[in-house]
Design a protein around this ligand. Structure first.
Ligand SMILES: Cc1cc2nc3c(=O)[nH]c(=O)nc-3n(C[C@H](O)[C@H](O)[C@H](O)COP(=O)(O)OP(=O)(O)OC[C@H]3O[C@@H](n4cnc5c(N)ncnc54)[C@H](O)[C@@H]3O)c2cc1C
Length: 291
């Protein structure tokens, strides 16, 4: 399939890109890695009047560590994130999640900003953003604003970004040193989108008390779901086998997945329980916190 006809622009700065978005009045699309947008064009599911290519804006590709946060320029490639020593040291959950994103050629083109702006409910990065309480910065004709994960994802493939805004940066707080973490996922074939994925981080202090727990889903509803009531069980009851089983059971009650041709809602709900248990168990074992 060939894409429909479109104008093509390759601005060199964010300001130029914003001016182009303004000129097309909501009828232009930003092109990042193209790994989701190009299939949509080829299948003619999207027919923008113009593509505004962000690949010639070097100022949008960086990884910076400042004040306990790691900031990613929107055009940072998933592969750069996968092999970044800073990310591996400060956000190992993101490193692990990145290995589940498609295949190497896809990660070599795909960007963190594109993945989050595209908001595929089965994608790994939105789940990590939700689990780690991350935020994004966006620029538009009305200036700059910051959106937290909970305010960003609206429904399938839909965020609260306006058509004339550019997601410029993704920010995540560094994980506490020694935090236990795991990203568990079930998909039909390696590299496929998740049927369900679970991002987990647990901070266990001496004496076995759980100081903080973060759990979020991919594929278990139209947006990533932060499993707060399941996290609460771990904080109150610790991280023993019974508490993990109770948190996993609660996780399944907290999601409202839809049925589709890949899996029924019941199957996804059960996967949420199984993968939450697995993620917590593996995270704690790796951190030497099994009890
Ligand atoms: C075979 C295959 C398997 C895949 N498997 C997975 C997987 O397992 N997990 C996964 O998460 N992804 C997967 N992907 C998708 C891939 O990760 C994409 O990289 C990602 O979804 C989109 O990122 P991109 O940079 O390619 O964005 P693009 O495709 O260029 O853009 C996607 C959308 O986001 C918008 N956009 C892009 N950048 C911005 C920005 N800075 N500001 C505002 N809007 C923006 C675009 O206009 C477009 O609407 C797969 C893709 C393929 C082809």
């Amino acid at each position: 399939m060939k894409p429909p006809k479109f104008d093509y622009h390759a601005p060199a700065t964010v300001d130029e890109a914003l001016a182009l978005l303004g000129r097309y009045g909501g009828e232009a699309k930003l092109l990042a890695g193209g790994q989701s947008l190009m299939p949509l064009l080829n299948f003619r599911l999207s027919r923008p009047a113009a593509l505004v290519d962000l690949n010639r804006i070097p100022a949008l590709a960086y990884i910076r560590e400042t004040d306990g946060q790691v900031a990613f320029g929107a055009m940072t490639r998933q592969r750069t994130i996968e092999f970044s020593p800073v990310v591996n040291a400060k956000l190992p959950l993101l490193t692990e999640a990145t290995r589940w994103v498609g295949h190497l050629p896809i990660r070599s083109r795909g960007t963190i900003g594109g993945s989050i702006a595209h908001a595929d409910p089965s994608a790994e990065y939105p789940a990590v953003l939700a689990a780690l309480d991350g935020e994004v910065r966006a620029r538009g004709p009305r200036g700059e604003r910051t959106l937290r994960a909970g305010d960003l994802f609206q429904t399938y493939l839909t965020t609260s970004l306006e058509p004339d805004e550019i997601l410029t940066e993704v920010r995540l707080s560094a994980m506490p040193a020694g935090a236990a973490y795991a990203f568990e996922e079930f998909s039909r074939r390696h590299g496929d989108f998740a049927i369900v994925g679970i991002a987990a981080m647990v901070v266990v202090v001496d004496g076995g008390r759980c100081r903080d727990a973060r759990l979020a889903t991919a594929g278990a509803g139209p947006v990533p779901v932060r499993l707060r009531a399941a996290e609460e069980i771990l904080v109150q009851e610790g991280v023993g086998e019974r508490a993990i089983a109770a948190a996993a059971a609660r996780a399944a009650e907290l999601v409202s997945p839809d049925s589709d041709l890949h899996a029924s809602a019941d199957y996804r709900r059960n996967l949420t329980r199984v993968l939450t248990g697995r993620a917590l168990t593996r995270a704690l074992a790796r951190a030497g916190r099994s009890r």
